[in-house]
Design a protein around this ligand. Structure first.
Ligand code: SF4
Ligand code: SF4
Length: 383
């Protein structure tokens, strides 16, 4: 039995999705490029991406859902379009900046229940087996979305819709149902000779067009990386404390960004999009949960957010933050102590190094002591 794609799409819109496409369940077209990317270890510490069972699922969607026939891919707009928060607030060096997709509620909590409701609705009519994912599936989501006609993959490796830019979140369900109509694939690319995203990336994370070295990307460094942020990249992080939007913001297709109506993905206020660094540096566990509970930032945990805020403080040229950084030299988490020391030395120079050295007498962590030595070499005492 085949099911009406028109009815399914109408239902998806009724569930609040802005985009929906349907594609036959075939392997993603550029799987080889993905495997080469894994071989080059550009996925960094995200070892789950290279796990044999997950690679097998990417090769054959039947390994996820036996008998799978179709993929239904949905998109929900978020507030990447300019104007929601003033640029002078976002770029204020005294504030840390959060990527736009994380300004509101955790998008998993927003998308997944609707996706499951859509799949259940289809099940009541078509009787099917299904698996729904938001982010967590072992499949090349953007490529399947391109195959489902939802846009093209840009040189920045993101899915771009020719009439709404790249400011939307994806979810999908695999289903054993067949449809009467499948969407034609989107164009392979519409980037032409543009290279804006490649040039604008603050950490030069694109070794070539369409290839992202995650190990240099701020989204990886601020969110996925659990340990020490490479010192050479810290000065290039600017005020980003959670993710980065630069390669999307500079994209000319972003001029088609739409006004977002999904209140759950909008920030409650400007502080939610760009919190003051002084507030972030002063967070304890309870304050962190109060402030970021239920948002994508919550999964970072307090220590890694404060680590990122220390780097942003080091880049801020705001001497008013020195006392807070000084306090963090005694933080229970070595990651925080080491990054606070780096920021203190960058902001305060020789005075700060003297202060940090005094604290090192009781320092149990070798990596923190090493951070001190590296900072001392980098910011030598003036003669
Ligand atoms: Fe570069 Fe930022 Fe894009 Fe990552 S998200 S590739 S750091 S511009
Ligand atoms: Fe393509 Fe230019 Fe957009 Fe990059 S900025 S994704 S090159 S159109």
């Amino acid at each position: 039995m085949t099911f009406s794609s028109r009815e399914l799409k109408a239902r998806a819109v009724a569930e609040g999705f802005n985009l929906v496409g349907i594609t036959p369940a075939r392997p993603a077209p550029h799987l080889d490029a993905y495997l080469s990317w894994i071989d080059a270890r550009m996925h960094g510490e995200m070892g789950y991406l290279a796990r044999a069972d997950r690679v097998a699922r990417r090769r054959d969607l039947n390994a996820i859902l036996p008998g799978v026939r179709s993929l239904v891919i949905v998109g929900l707009d978020y507030a990447l379009a300019a104007g929601v928060v003033p640029a002078e607030v976002l770029n204020d060096p005294a504030r840390g900046r959060i990527a736009a997709y994380a300004w509101g509620r955790d998008y998993h909590d927003v998308l997944l229940p609707r996706l499951e409701a859509l799949a259940t609705w289809l099940g009541a009519r078509a009787g099917h087996a299904w698996r729904a994912y938001v982010d967590t599936g072992a499949l090349l989501e953007r490529e399947h979305a391109q195959q489902a006609g939802l846009g093209f993959i840009g040189k920045n490796t993101l899915l771009i819709h020719p009439r709404r830019g790249s400011g939307f979140l994806l979810g999908e369900f695999l289903t054993t149902a067949e449809f009467d109509h499948y969407d034609p694939p989107g164009r392979e690319t519409l980037c032409g000779r543009c290279t804006r995203c490649l040039a604008a990336c603050p950490t030069q994370a694109f070794p070539q067009p369409y290839v992202l070295d995650a190990r240099r990307c701020l989204s990886y460094l601020t969110i996925e990386l659990k340990g020490w942020i490479p010192r050479g990249l810290r000065p290039q992080m600017g005020n980003w404390v959670f993710g980065c939007d630069v390669c999307q913001e500079v994209c000319p297709w972003q001029r088609f960004g739409v006004r977002v109506v999904e209140a759950a993905l909008l920030p409650v206020d400007a502080d939610r999009a760009a919190p003051r660094l002084a507030d972030l540096l002063a967070l304890d566990e309870a304050a962190f949960r109060r402030r970021f509970g239920g948002s994508p930032v919550e999964r970072l945990g307090r220590a890694r957010l404060v680590r990122n805020a220390c780097v942003a403080a080091g880049n801020s040229r705001q001497p008013a933050l020195l006392p807070l950084l000084q306090t963090l030299l005694a933080d229970p988490d070595p990651l925080v102590r080491g990054h606070a020391g780096w920021a203190l030395a960058r902001l305060g120079g020789a005075w700060a190094l003297d202060l940090w050295r005094d604290r090192l007498r009781d320092e149990p962590e070798a990596q923190v002591r090493r951070e001190f030595e590296l900072s001392r070499a980098e910011y030598p005492r003036p003669d």
